[in-house]
Design a protein around this ligand. Structure first.
Ligand code: SAH
Length: 442
């Protein structure tokens, strides 16, 4: 707990953050169903209808990908959808404590693995940059611990709009951003504390090297294929034009088996399954990198361990939104299947979790941190925000049990020693991984 106490001593100051009755994407919503005739024909709908007319029905994965990240009109590409005025709110936007504890997690892992001379912090889907900002503030506050460590930040982001907002949040305005549209590193800047930041569209373009990877509410927006068990066997769900209603889409089942069926486990007992191959590719890349160069990945999202069925849903203005209506105007998401992520790691690395957000944050010392901040703030409205934020993050009926933490680590991190170690020598016993057990400061 010393690290927390230390972070609390110099720090801060509670930062004002919105905790009005916004809702998050973990299914806490009122019905947002509108009559079809009131829904506009969006540019993405027009584009998809044209595509379906030319080449036939499309998979749910193709639909999700087009709707969310089409470079011209995708939902994520040109707007800021986060926060009270947007469509959903996330933990880092609710409370500064969330990012601070994650910052401490990375420092604690860095220390447990021998304090390398340098590390990269790589965030996938950084939203407004709020989480990275809170982590960087902790890194600054703990500068004496991290001194002589060469840190760089690498952000993987497809949204032009959000990358601009991230730059505003994180960089020192006096140092101009470097832009290079055609290059894999499409923007470069320097953080307020002097740390270099680079932006990429694809994880594969991030330099390899000792890295900590972070993905918060990222995997749930990756495209899923959906399959339904029928008396004839598994059939993939497709999206087609509704012949009864003009400008309307509908779900249909493939008349015969499709190649994507290979994703279904032979012993699958559910009658409806969602599979996210893009998540599998990213997990394989992360696992290879971590196995090769060390570090860790921390993944936090809502999801399940291979038990849920139909979780594909849309959010608009903090309400549930029909996924097929006015595509491009609402967020689309599906719960993350952590059992699939674990399988995709292919034992190249060890995995921990998923564990509930409430347990993870408790283990990281959220109660101590809250107390430090409350003791330091006299302003009643700020104290109220801190308490409301804590409740949103921790209450099992709110985000506490809906969100999960999952980590990928080199095998030797959990079992001690290294691949090279002589088996006759006694292995040093590894420190427990913070969050997944109580934070212990060595
Ligand atoms: N992590 C943030 C934002 C979550 S929203 C938070 O918790 O507040 C999802 C984020 O992933 C957005 O920044 C979105 O633009 C980004 N994103 C969506 N699809 C992506 C993709 N295929 N590659 C990289 N980033 C993506």
């Amino acid at each position: 707990m010393r690290l927390l106490a230390k972070a609390g001593a110099g720090l801060l100051s509670a930062h004002a953050r919105a905790v009005t009755p916004c809702l998050w994407r973990g299914k806490y919503f009122s019905s947002g169903k509108e009559p079809v005739e009131n829904q506009p024909v969006t540019p993405i709908l027009r584009h998809l209808m044209y595509k379906i007319k030319s080449t036939g029905p499309i998979t749910v994965a193709e639909y999700m990908k087009e709707v969310l990240t089409n470079p011209a009109k995708g939902y994520y590409v040109h707007r800021d959808m986060l926060g009270e005025k947007g469509d959903f709110i996330t933990s880092p936007e609710i409370s500064q404590i969330f990012g601070e504890l994650l910052g401490i997690w990375f420092i604690s892992e860095w220390m447990a693995t021998g304090k390398t001379a340098a590390f990269q912090l790589v965030e996938l889907g950084p939203g407004r940059g709020t989480l990275a900002g809170d982590i960087l503030r902790v890194f600054s506050q703990l500068g004496s611990v991290l001194k002589n460590c060469d840190i760089s930040i690498h952000l993987v982001e497809v949204s032009q709009k959000l990358s601009e907002i991230q730059a505003l949040t994180l960089t020192e305005e006096k140092v101009p951003l470097e832009r290079s549209d055609g290059s894999p590193v499409y923007m470069k800047g320097v953080s307020k504390s002097g740390i270099p930041i680079s932006w990429y569209r694809d994880l594969r373009d991030v330099p390899k090297g000792y890295s900590f990877y972070l993905a918060h509410e990222f995997f749930d927006v990756l495209p899923v294929h959906k399959f339904q068990k029928t008396p004839q066997g598994w059939r993939e769900v497709f999206i087609d034009i509704d012949p009864q209603v003009s400008d309307k889409l509908r779900f249909v089942l493939a008349p015969c088996a499709t190649p994507a069926e290979a994703f279904i486990q032979h012993d699958e007992t559910r009658d409806h399954v969602e599979v996210c191959p893009d998540a599998g590719v990213i997990i394989q890349e992360l696992s290879q990198r971590i196995a090769l160069t060390g570090g860790a990945a921390l993944i936090a999202d809502y999801g399940h361990d291979g038990t849920k069925t139909d979780t594909f849903r849309g959010f608009c203005g903090h309400k549930l939104h029909d996924v097929l209506i006015a595509p491009g105007t609402a967020d689309l998401t599906a719960d993350v299947d952590f059992s699939y992520l674990r399988r995709m790691a292919q034992e190249k690395v060890a995995s921990l979790g998923p564990i509930k957000q409430q347990t993870f944050l408790k283990n990281m010392g959220i109660d101590v941190r809250l107390k430090v901040l409350l003791d330091k703030s006299d302003e009643p409205s700020l104290r109220q925000q801190l308490l409301q934020g804590y409740d949103m993050l921790m209450n099992p009926k709110k985000m506490g049990e809906r969100f999960n933490f999952f980590a990928l680590l080199p095998h030797q991190r959990l079992h001690g020693g290294s691949h090279q170690s002589n088996s006759r020598q006694s292995k040093p016993s590894p420190t427990p991984v913070a969050g997944f057990s109580e934070l212990v400061w060595q």
